[in-house]
Design a protein around this ligand. Structure first.
Ligand SMILES: [Zn+2]
Length: 400
């Protein structure tokens, strides 16, 4: 499908570049080329219109190139329309009067102001079918953007404390994962996150409850409020997870200091750092991350919406350092796209625009997304080869 999308996008771009409609060109071509129905997924919602309207060869390449998503929270893909549907289906009062009202409420001043609404939204998720529908909608969307591999976060404690057990939410998610593999060719693995505003005892209890489902889990992560909740508080549960053979990641250095990134590495033993934005404040840490090839999952639109970056100029300065001025293993991700106004494509388009990235630099980000994944070397090489193929196709098309 990739080459089909790329060629069609180029052809369409040539003839319609100046048209004033706001339809995302890559989506039109995905729709034309793919036999899969993406009726829900292709509805453009909340995307940065400046980026959606930005059309050209590099944007077509972004649409076509295979990508991995390593920092995406399942619960953060709950679009307002589905939130209202599930509330009605489950006989709950609607959390918002309309989807539009929900989007208008998504104005955040920091991480905590987002988390308050995020946990509120999760209250509509009650049955296995709810979790299946949520996951499937996201997988369709991801596949339509040529995402090939996902290491998906989910937050068990958010559901357990509402008396929704593993035996309800996990089968729903797993069924969607199986269907995604069969129908979309999409590879999905699951990373269970502990909520850092809760105690380590609660995290340990969650890990114990997850043990019967161990075979379905790739790893563990740490998310939620970072301020004054250093990673070292969770040292014991990470040791237990490691003993179970789970891979280790953690959010660190989003709002918390560079010291929290060090703690995540040294005390928790993480193999990849989520966000890690403030790592740049510590040159010894940057050197360590570079030398050890520890992946950092950047989430640009999340950082904009949560005011980690106060403006685009700051975003360009910081992301430019990560992507263009260091040898850090960084890639782009969407975090909680239903709340932050953009899925993976939107994040690539945003960063491409503010840094004027060349196609080689976009290709490197896409390759990094597989390099920093927990795929085998063989699988990584497979996707790197696919990226090289799309790149070659791009070169042929632009040199015509
Ligand atoms: Zn996150």
């Amino acid at each position: 499908m990739s080459q089909c999308v790329l060629a069609a996008a180029f052809a369409s771009n040539h003839s319609s570049k100046n048209k004033a409609d706001d339809t995302n060109e890559h989506e039109v071509n995905v729709r034309a080329c793919s036999s899969t129905q993406h009726s829900h997924a292709l509805v453009e919602r909340g995307t940065n219109s400046k980026d959606a309207a930005n059309r050209g060869p590099v944007q077509a390449f972004i649409a076509a190139v295979p990508k991995a998503e390593l920092h995406i929270h399942l619960e953060g893909t709950l679009e307002p329309e589905m939130m209202l549907e599930l509330a009605a289906r489950n006989g709950l009062p609607p959390p918002y009067l309309s989807a539009e009202a929900a989007r208008q409420a998504y104005q955040f001043k920091d991480l905590q102001s987002f988390l308050d609404l995020y946990y509120n939204g999760c209250a509509v998720l009650l049955t296995s079918q709810d979790f299946y529908d949520l996951a499937w909608a996201y997988f369709e969307r991801a596949a339509s953007e040529n995402v090939k591999h996902i290491e998906l976060f989910f937050d068990p404690q958010t559901h357990l404390e509402r008396n929704v057990p593993f035996s309800t939410f996990l089968p729903g998610i797993l069924d969607a994962v199986t269907t995604a593999k069969e129908k979309l060719g999409l590879n999905v693995r699951l990373i269970m996150c502990f909520l850092r505003h809760m105690s380590e005892e609660s995290a340990i209890e969650t890990l114990n409850q997850a043990k019967p489902f161990r075979e379905h889990l790739l790893g563990v992560g740490l998310d939620s409020s970072e301020a004054n909740r250093p990673p070292s508080l969770f040292k014991r549960v990470y040791g237990m997870a490691k003993a179970l053979g789970l891979r280790l990641v953690a959010h660190a250095g989003e709002e918390g200091p560079a010291e929290y990134v060090w703690e995540a590495i040294k005390d928790l033993g993480v193999e990849r750092v989520d966000h890690g934005i403030r790592s740049l404040e510590d040159t010894a840490l940057v050197t360590h991350l570079e030398e050890q090839r520890i992946g950092i999952t950047l989430c640009p639109l999340s950082n904009m919406r949560l005011k980690v970056f106060p403006d685009e100029a700051t975003a360009a300065r910081i992301l430019g350092k990560f992507i263009l001025e260091t040898k850090l293993l960084v890639m782009l991700n969407s975090d909680d796209p239903a709340y932050f106004g953009g899925y993976l494509m939107d994040n690539y388009l945003f960063v491409q625009r503010i840094l004027s990235l060349k196609v080689e630099q976009v290709a490197r980000l896409a390759k990094n997304s597989f390099s920093a994944s927990f795929l085998s070397d063989e699988e990584r090489q497979h996707y790197h080869h696919k990226i090289d193929q799309v790149f070659s196709e791009y070169i042929k098309l632009v040199s015509k």
